[in-house]
Design a binder for this molecule. Sequence first.
Ligand code: G4P
Length: 526
Amino acid sequence: MIDEISRRRTFAIISHPDAGKTTLTEKFLLYGGAVQLAGAVKARKNQRETASDWMEMERKRGISVSSTVLQFEYENKLVNLLDTPGHRDFSEDTYRVLTAVDSALMVIDAAKGIETQTRKLFEVCRRRGVPIFTFMNKCDRPMRNPLELLDELESVLGIHAYPMNWPLGDGPSFRGVFDRKGNSVHMFERTVGGMFRAPVAVHGLSDAAVRSALDDDTYHRASEELAMLDGAGASFDPSRVLAGEVTPVFFGSATNNFGVQLMLDGFLGLSPPPAPRSVGERVIPVDGPFSSFVFKIQGNMDPRHRDRISFIRVCSGKFERDMLVTQTRTGKKFKLSNSHKLFGQDREIVNEAYAGDIVGLVGYELEMGDTLSTDESIVYHEIPSFPPECFSFIHNPTPSKYKPFRRGLDQLLSEGLVQSFQVKNGLNAPLLAAVGPLQFEVVQFRLQSEYGADARLEPTPWQLLRWVDPKVSAATLSDLRLPPGTQQAEDARERPVLLFDAEWALKYFRENNPDVPLHAMPPASE
Ligand code: G4P
């Protein structure tokens, strides 16, 4: 079992939209021999295929709403690549996906450097302490000075950057990269569309073929920069990569398929296999009993079968189809027979899986964050919550459609797409809360397309939500000094919350109610 586990590499690509994540994913699949999948990734991005009706919305907006898992073999490694949606409004979903990975690959557009979404996603990875690798993409186009790009990683993200290879020129004068470890130049030859593995010729920097391919300016600049990097004397220490202190940086061009193999080799060589996870004081070894947690729930992926898929990340042991496991939150037992691997519309039965793998379970009543294990004492708390920043009431305008409206809403709430609150002494309508406003439109769209239920959204002025500390008594709660515009409400577990329309109102509340502690996240004790 341990051999199977240690050959697994489970990671996600994080990037700002348009940096080249889809293109790079496609190239990885090409190298992994999964050419058909590679085509499908592109098609999915181009929305030539709509995986289901509600992905219509994805097509219209040109963004990726749902995440998928791709699995392929590469040089005896089994790679699980988790796709993450790039749009800012879906960051909560993305954050949850990042709890299921062991490392992350950050793709940066070398002409733009670090962008807002890159920074946010990086922060989440860093908080979890996962090793982060960097691919500086689009070197075939005019790019920023590579030393400046490294500086930016250090100054903006606060992580040391170690260039594994170095670009020789950029834009029209881009001629390849110098591999610092192999001490060799990989020459860039433009291929049409990059559909095949890029032909690569390897030479030394002083080789006549290299020298003649580079103009004087590029040659001198690259030699100086390389001398400077060597002179800086920082030696490469893989343990610092694993500790998340240093990011290895690779330069290349995903569309041209250039530098991709160097990066994939470097990445798979340095990235870690699944590591033991902790439950309180206890550390669960990767080859221990089967354990896993739900990090994503997706309803109605296939509108023909109104089903619900819970994705689990296997944390330890071996998964076998038909095995009996416990949902440790409730003590309920499940026989896991409907286990699938999914890509868009395609499904394949999974008979066995190991720590590091992702399995889609079809049709079980599970909740986000649930642990499934053969050892009932294992309860993971891996799924983070994020304070919502957007709030909207949702109304059912057609009384005769109340049932499908409620059923649909309950399903979408269980997927964690949005949270629901009930305001005090006010409207009966549920108040939806999300990190980004686009999520409300997804709710509206899916209620209509999957449940035939119309919904009307009603914007609200609130911008901040805080949970009241559970120690605060009911008497105190009824006697709060609230700034104008502030509203009391309850979350789905009837915990009291306050809604504020501006930062100053929160500040005012804190000053006037010093004995009422507030929390940005739901407090653990109830
Ligand atoms: P994303 O998933 O991160 O959003 O980015 P995606 O891969 O879709 O790439 C965004 C755009 O950048 C695409 O162009 C893609 O072809 C281009 N691109 C990706 N890598 C490179 C590269 O190494 N060099 C250059 N020059 N361009 C690159 P598009 O015009 O949006 O789409 P399409 O024309 O490829 O269909």
